[in-house]
Design a protein around this ligand. Structure first.
Ligand SMILES: Nc1ncnc2c1ncn2[C@@H]1O[C@H](COP(=O)(O)OP(=O)(O)OP(=O)(O)O)[C@@H](O)[C@H]1O
Ligand SMILES: [Mg+2]
Length: 458
């Protein structure tokens, strides 16, 4: 059950518009305009797949309107409708970018077959577009890299569920790849030629959220100057990705539940139900079960969304992936920035391995990007290229220090000691190298080590 393509009928005669509406309305959504000016307005606010444009109109005639339409939206397909004695003009219109023309009087079948031809052509183009993207992705974009057992199990699971339309809930810390997995599910299933539409529930102001989801009719509320199609309608035939679902307001939770049950939506300001055919993949980085227990998230909605749960482990729980991903990102950014950085030194990799990655894969990706951008030449990435905050495991330490509610002096000493120990560990006890990274004199390092009771290698 796909959304019907939308056709805009432009004719100054009401009778002509109506007869086209009757012919088309079974298979298409028909919008009408009585003048060129009105048509341009409709096009500005509504997504339209095809325009049927009368050649002979007062004020702005069909050719003038066509020019304006093409200037506004070059890609849109236009079919001219013209009386036989004006067929010449229709032919001129083709030169201006119209796709085809039909002469009056016409049989309904003429209209339907010409329109179907254009719509089919558009479908083919969309498929082509999709295939092109697919090829690009197989060349490495959007690739999911992992050798972790849990991740490999997730890949298996994705393969199994991709073709069903069951709702899926992805849980994982920030930056673990939730959206990447969601897109991959979409791509592997039979909805791949349909759209993948994402809504980030945390990024959209709460008062705009309902309209973002369901759309609204013109005049539905103050400020609703035009009709707007919501994301649910746009996603029909494809996948809707509801990111950060945990923050969805409770009245919208109720509405979402109803949409999932009834499989139809209503735009704000309209009570005409519109069928939508969507698969919902939702994502959250907080524990939704807790939110259910605390009464913050509806249990019935939770069950509907969480038919297949996928839980992505944080990077620190799949440490073998760290070096794999680091090398993968290095390759990617080498290509992107036309650099030739030759891998990582063993110590540099080791330091990445020991860090706890609170921002997970996104943090690692950003780090490698930064290092590659800053690098000159072809030398491998060394320990000193790794930012200090990673070498000293800053995150872990702050937690530890917060536990000890000691005074500033003690805290500073503990902090300093920990940094020195970590850097010495990372450099395998090489004092010269450690001092360089810490940007202190070697003698200062030795003195501090003594003060804190750190044993130095001879
Ligand atoms: N296994 C992986 N292999 C390659 N790249 C990955 C992998 N996992 C994540 N990435 C990359 O890391 C970045 C973060 O991934 P994504 O946006 O999917 O995470 P997220 O869980 O949705 O994060 P957030 O909670 O912050 O929205 C993206 O650039 C993504 O391409
Ligand atoms: Mg995300």
């Amino acid at each position: 059950m796909e959304i019907k393509p939308t056709i805009l009928v432009v004719d100054d005669e009401a009778g002509a518009r109506e007869s086209l509406e009757v012919i088309l309305e079974d298979d298409y959504q028909v919008v009408s305009a009585g003048s060129g000016k009105e048509a341009l307005e409709v096009l500005r606010r509504t997504p339209v797949d095809l325009v049927l444009l009368d050649v002979n109109m007062p004020e702005m005639d069909g050719l003038a309107v066509l020019r304006r339409i093409k200037a506004q939206e070059e890609e849109i397909d236009v079919i001219m409708v013209s009386a036989l004695n004006l067929a010449r003009k229709a032919v001129d219109a083709i030169k201006l970018g119209a796709y085809d023309y039909i002469t009056k009087p016409y049989e309904p079948e003429d209209i339907l077959s010409t329109v179907a031809r254009v719509i089919n052509k558009q479908k083919l183009y969309k498929e082509l577009d999709y295939l092109r993207r697919e090829v690009e992705e197989s060349r490495g974009f959007d690739q999911i890299v992992s050798q972790d057992k849990t991740m490999l199990e997730i890949f298996q699971l994705i393969k199994k569920v991709a073709y069903a339309s069951t709702n899926i809930m992805i849980t994982g810390e920030s930056g673990t790849g939730k959206e990447l997995i969601a897109r991959s599910i979409h791509r592997q299933g039979n909805r791949r030629s349909g759209p993948f539409v994402a809504i980030n529930c945390a990024a959209i102001p709460s008062e705009l959220m309902e309209s973002e989801m369901f759309g609204h009719e013109k005049g539905a509320f103050t400020g609703a100057h035009t009709r707007t199609i919501g994301k649910f309608e746009h996603a029909s035939g494809g996948t809707l990705f509801l990111d950060e679902i945990s923050v969805l307001r409770s009245d919208l939770q109720a509405k979402l539940l109803r949409v999932l049950q009834e499989r139809e939506i209503e735009r704000i300001g309209s009570n005409r139900p519109i069928k939508v055919n969507i698969r919902v993949i939702s994502a959250t980085n907080t524990n939704l079960e807790d939110a259910v227990i605390n009464g913050k998230f509806r249990q019935d909605l939770y069950f509907r969304l969480n038919v297949v749960p996928i839980c992505i482990p944080p990077l620190r729980e799949r440490r073998e992936d760290i070096s794999l991903l680091a090398k993968y990102f290095l390759n990617r950014f080498n290509t992107a920035f036309n650099k030739k950085v030759q891998g990582f030194s063993e110590r540099a990799l080791e330091s990445l391995f020991r860090y706890h990655w609170p921002g997970n894969i996104r943090e690692l990706e950003n780090l490698v990007e930064r290092i590659v951008v800053l690098s000159a030449g072809e030398n491998p990435i060394e320990l000193e290229d790794i930012p200090l905050e990673i070498l000293i495991n800053a995150g872990e330490m702050v937690q530890e220090l917060e536990l000890k509610k000691t005074g500033l002096i003690k805290l500073r000493e503990a902090f300093e000691r920990r940094i020195i120990v970590n850097i010495l560990e990372a450099t395998e006890g090489n004092q010269t190298e450690a001092a360089k990274i810490l940007k202190v004199n070697r003698n200062t390092l030795i003195q501090k080590a003594k003060q804190f009771g750190i044993l130095l290698k001879k």
